[in-house]
Design a protein around this ligand. Structure first.
Ligand SMILES: [Zn+2]
Length: 498
């Protein structure tokens, strides 16, 4: 939270297939120049990329640092210039392909690509890299997914519609179209994110590693450096207990990649000579980078959801799950049978937002009128929706607060509604300004690059009270070090700043 959903009320992000795979298209491969089969034409891929990029930007948000974004673009373009998309014999359809490189505002360590020339790295990933060479290899890997058209190849294999997904659905379709809408909703939770978890397969990943490393080496980078980063990925996945972020889970075993990259690095050095690591340049750029969750964009603490930037809070019922996404906060009871979705409404007044909701939801209201929400003036609409598993009661309360209109959409099966109503009411009733000044003033943790002034163990450089959500082992992984690693005087480290 909190970015405004434009156009539709982005409640149920259905997987809408905008572009049906053509079946089988034969076009020249950018990597080999030979004819190859794809699920989408190149033109379709360009269209898919453009649309999905828009959704991704809206849902995930771009990290607001133009200088950092220009830096990543610059490295990306340098690697791209050495790729099969920028050669004298590049097949004509790929000529003049523009790439977009973006830094996304997410703490998750991730990099991904969309068809048609879109490459993304998260701020979480940037925090975990130590130098420019590592960044170049990651970008080279993603550029190869685009150049090799791996998504399109996969579409051909699996009739894989999802890459064309656009999150365009609205609540009416969401509810009536699904058997078990609560589960489905909670499972879907944003189609663009789903799209990023799609697997290209091991062969495609290996191909991306090999070409990505070659492009980066040709661009002048010491690609063997990337091995240390793949070691970090292994540690992140161990720490998360196997619940891997998508990028890692769809990629080959980090240990295997680490070894392969070390070997490739040596080969490349002998082929292209001494290559650039770029530690100083890189660390200068990530000095001050936000690290971990950004509490200003919302946090759940001691049974409450707080949004310091927008200065509001509300209660989270005891035992309920809370999920804070870019444009919504979802609360659900442990069984997922009672759900409340909080978002910014589409309108200047509660009534206007209610009308816009009704227009896009196809909900037939049984009740609509003015109300109050946590002492703020509001508007409420109530209605029921018939689904294949019974009637679902939907209630949406809109509240005007600090120049925004907020929406509390709650729903449960008709027979459960009595039981859930007190929980829903406890959320809306508690809505209001943040009362605890310390929470209102919370700031995100940022990386601070220091030069060590003594020889000591890595751990000794860490502050005793680390910010919310970060522990010492996280900092060790971020630095690609062990806690007891000996650090010489004059080395650069990333610690957490005030
Ligand atoms: Zn990959």
């Amino acid at each position: 939270m909190m970015k405004k959903n434009r156009g539709v009320i982005g409640i149920f992000w259905l997987l809408v297939l905008v572009i049906v795979p053509s079946g089988c298209v034969t076009e020249p491969s950018a990597l080999t120049g030979e004819k190859k089969s794809y699920g989408y034409t190149w033109q379709q891929e360009l269209e898919i990329g453009k649309k999905s990029d828009r959704d991704l930007v809206r849902e995930m948000g771009v990290y607001p640092d133009d200088a950092l974004s220009r830096y990543v673009t610059d490295i990306g373009e340098r690697v791209l210039a050495q790729s099969n998309l920028r050669q004298p014999d590049t097949p004509e359809i790929y000529l003049n392909l523009e790439f977009t490189f973006r830094v996304m505002d997410s703490p998750v360590v991730n990099a991904f690509a969309l068809p048609g020339g879109y490459v993304y790295v998260t701020r979480g990933l940037l925090a975990h890299l130590n130098n420019e060479a590592q960044l170049a290899v990651v970008l080279g890997h993603e550029i190869t997914h685009v150049a090799a058209r791996h998504a399109s190849q996969q579409a051909l294999k699996q009739q894989w519609g999802q890459i064309g997904l656009v999150a365009g659905a609205v609540i009416g379709q969401g509810i009536t179209g699904n058997e078990n809408f609560a589960d489905q909703f909670l499972g879907l939770g944003g189609s663009v994110f789903q799209m990023l978890t799609l697997k290209y397969g091991r062969d495609a990943e290996r191909e991306s590693d090999i070409y990505g490393v070659e492009y980066s080496a040709k661009a002048g980078y010491a690609v063997g450096e990337a091995a240390a980063f793949f070691n970090s990925l292994g540690r992140i996945s161990d720490k998360s207990g196997g619940r891997l972020p998508s990028w890692q889970s769809s990629h080959p075993d980090p240990g295997e990649r680490e070894g392969r990259l070390l070997q490739l690095g040596r080969e490349m050095e002998s082929k292209y000579g001494k290559l650039k690591v770029g530690e100083d340049d890189y660390l200068k750029r990530v000095d001050g980078l936000v690290v971990g969750e950004n509490p200003r964009q919302g946090l759940v603490m001691r049974g409450k959801f707080y949004h310091p930037d927008m200065d509001f809070q509300f209660d989270v019922p005891q035992g309920w799950r809370a999920k804070n996404d870019a444009s919504t906060v979802t609360l659900a009871d442990p069984q997922g049978r009672g759900v409340l979705i909080f978002s910014i409404g589409d309108g200047d007044t509660p009534e206007e937002a209610a009308r816009s909701f009704l227009a896009s939801s196809k909900l037939q209201p049984t009740q609509a009128g003015e109300s109050t929400v946590g002492g703020q003036s509001g508007y409420v609409v109530v209605g029921s929706v018939a689904t294949s598993s019974g009637n679902v009661l939907v209630r949406n309360e809109f509240a005007s607060y600090n120049r925004n209109v907020f929406s509390f959409l709650s729903y449960a099966a008709a027979e459960d509604v009595q039981a859930y109503r007190p929980y829903f009411a406890s959320v809306t009733k508690s809505f209001g300004p943040i009362r605890d000044k310390a929470i209102r003033e919370l700031e995100p943790a940022t990386l601070k690059v220091i030069t060590t002034d003594r020889a000591a163990a890595f751990q000794s450089y860490l502050s005793k009270d680390l910010p919310f959500g970060l522990d010492e082992s996280d900092l060790a992984i971020i630095n690609q070090r062990r806690l007891d690693d000996p650090i010489r005087s004059g080395q650069r480290l990333k610690v957490v700043g005030e």
